[in-house]
Design a protein around this ligand. Structure first.
Ligand code: TYD
Length: 220
């Protein structure tokens, strides 16, 4: 079976993931590689409706309802977009994916990780787990100003204590999963250089791996 690559970007709210995703996409495009960006929650018609619900400011959503809505959006995205693009051999860049659920609903809301893990294994399947994840790490205290400027949504309105739990969750995940590469947030250019460095490493490690069909050029 043809196989593309799933690359996800993760981090707490306001860490600058979305800008990096855009830069990384432009970089891969400039190398003439087949690439697509998807974001979560959302990315499909149904997913975008779920996204509106999830991010509405004044809704009192219970933690399990929240979990299942994120999962519902994800399943739809996998079925509609990820499967097809992966089979076509594309590099799929995801602005948030499975690890957001571990970090926010697992570590943040204290839903047992084993439960979240099980649902992902059963409903999504390991084949669609990320091949590499970039975690942009920053202390929530340093992002308060950015979030104020952005105009907060429901989750971003959570206390700094919640964001600390989420960050700590991400740091725990790094210890358990070698595919997650941690990147300390610096200025945009330096953070992006680090993304490229880790990407090159990943490519070199997998150059002879038949799993990926994409012929990726290394640094010239
Ligand atoms: P969004 O504005 O897309 O995030 P970003 O800060 O990356 O621009 O909002 C997504 C929000 O949803 C964000 O606060 C994290 C949260 N989230 C979860 O709690 N669980 C999940 O599984 C996902 C995908 C996102």
């Amino acid at each position: 079976m043809k196989k593309g690559i799933i690359v996800s970007f993760e981090g707490i709210d306001g860490c600058g993931k979305t800008t990096l995703v855009r830069k990384f996409y432009n970089y891969l495009k400039s190398q003439n590689l087949p690439v697509i960006i998807l974001h979560e929650p959302g990315g499909t018609l149904i997913g975008e409706k779920i996204r509106k619900l999830l991010l509405s400011k004044n809704l009192n959503i219970t933690k399990f309802c929240e979990l299942f809505l994120y999962l519902a959006s994800r399943v739809q995205l996998v079925e509609e977009k990820i499967k097809k693009n992966l089979e076509e051999g594309k590099i799929i860049i995801l602005d948030r994916y499975i690890d957001s659920t571990y970090a926010y609903q697992g570590y943040g809301r204290r839903i047992p990780l084993v439960f979240i893990e099980k649902v992902h294994q059963l409903v999504i399947g390991k084949k669609f787990f990320p091949d590499i994840t970039f975690l942009i790490d920053e202390k929530p205290e340093n992002l308060v100003e950015i979030l104020k400027r952005k105009g907060k949504d429901r989750i971003e309105k959570e206390s700094i204590e919640f964001q600390k739990k989420v960050r700590n969750g991400y740091l725990q995940l790094v210890k358990k999963n070698k595919k997650i590469k941690i990147i300390k947030r610096q200025n945009e250019q330096d953070t992006f250089s680090k993304v490229l460095e880790l990407w090159e490493q990943f490519i070199n490690e997998n150059r002879r791996n038949k799993k990926f069909i994409i012929k990726i050029k290394g640094k010239k």
